[in-house]
Ligand binder design. Structure first.
Ligand code: GFB
Length: 312
């Protein structure tokens, strides 16, 4: 592992989006870094308001900022509400990154998403695939807002010498996920559907699309660990992929969830629902080369997430 470039000890660290799945995992992870973690309830700080964010960062003498705040959702929510996904994420990214510059924040990490890459990017997707082809239509709006965030970090670095970096995590899951079937991502949706089917004694549960798309899943706690690692070990205009380096088809994922939940019925496929991008597996060699790797297997992660779901 390379030695740290940036020490978090004694730093005042603001986690934007601390109520979300990734933000809360970052807050938990930072507990062992010897830094002071600062958060702000949404009612008190609108991250779309650059002037207010700047005042907040200055008043709280923030040194370090994790940008984990975003409007997120699964394929259906993204495809149904593109205006909301575009405007909200664009405003959050531009206001917060600008405010971090104006308030002299030392280091900022912006959280993107692997949906920023072209729909037909080479697999595994290298960081260099950004802006080399058309985006997947179901998440174009969200992806565009995230691309702007990445480019803003690069621009402030180039023009003002700011130590602003960005990370592109793959599909995430874990404790505190969203289980609402209309807006959730696939993994929490499958957990909720398999569980309800088991409890009701149904013969089957419905899974969207063809089952052939492939996705890569990273547990939110592994993601938080990687983000803290990057904050300490990365300082460059190039964004860094964050993933496991392994993917799974939606059909195999549904079978795995069925097994973890203990549902003995069958799976019904709803072909009227979109598949989205055919495959999204990132090239993690840059992060691995720095010395980071995940520790939570998909099976263990799903089992832990299922325990979290049933205790809610
Ligand atoms: O997780 P998901 O909504 O996100 O869907 P994306 C992944 C795949 O699972 C798609 C299928 O092929 C879905 O059709 N799927 C099967 C389901 N059953 C279900 C279900 O019950 N619910 C859901 N949600 N999917 C999102 C983007 O894309 O991923 C965002 O729209 C973001 O912008 C996020 O990047 C990480 O991977 O397709």
């Amino acid at each position: 592992m390379t030695s740290a470039l940036y020490d978090l000890t004694g730093r005042r660290v603001f986690v934007a989006g601390h109520r979300g799945m990734v933000g809360s995992a970052i807050v938990r992870r930072l507990a062992s870094e010897g830094c002071e973690v600062i958060v702000a309830p949404r009612a008190e700080l609108d991250l779309r308001d650059a002037a207010r964010v700047k005042a907040f960062l200055a008043d709280n003498r923030i040194d370090t900022l994790f940008m984990a705040a975003a409007k997120v959702g699964g394929i259906l929510a993204n495809a149904t509400y593109p205006a909301d996904f575009l405007i909200e994420n664009l405003e959050i990214a531009s206001a917060t990154i600008r405010a971090a510059h104006e308030a002299n924040v030392e280091k900022l990490l912006f959280l993107g998403s692997t949906c920023i890459y072209p729909k037909h990017a080479p697999q595994p997707i290298p960081e260099s695939a950004l802006l080399t082809g058309p985006l997947e239509p179901t998440n174009e709006a969200y992806a565009l807002a995230k691309i702007v965030g990445v480019k803003l970090c690069e621009a402030y670095r180039t023009q003002h010498g700011r130590d602003f970096i960005s990370a592109m995590p793959t599909n995430l899951y874990g404790a505190g996920d969203n289980y609402d079937l209309k807006s959730s991502h696939v993994l929490p949706a499958l957990i909720a559907k398999a569980h309800e089917a088991k409890v009701r004694g149904d013969a089957s549960f419905v899974v969207w699309g063809s089952g052939t798309p492939r996705r890569e899943f990273l547990h939110a706690d592994d993601c938080a660990d990687a983000l803290v690692f990057l904050m300490k070990h990365w300082s460059d205009s190039q964004h860094v992929n964050v993933g496991t380096g392994e993917d799974i088809s939606i059909a195999d994922l549904a079978a795995l969830v069925k097994q973890v939940v203990g549902f003995e019925g069958t799976i019904e496929w709803d072909a009227s629902m979109p598949d989205g991008t055919p495959r999204k597996l990132v090239d993690v060699s840059k992060l691995a080369g720095l010395g980071w790797k995940p520790t939570i297997s998909l099976e263990d992660g799903i089992a832990a997430t299922y325990r979290d779901f049933i205790t809610k």
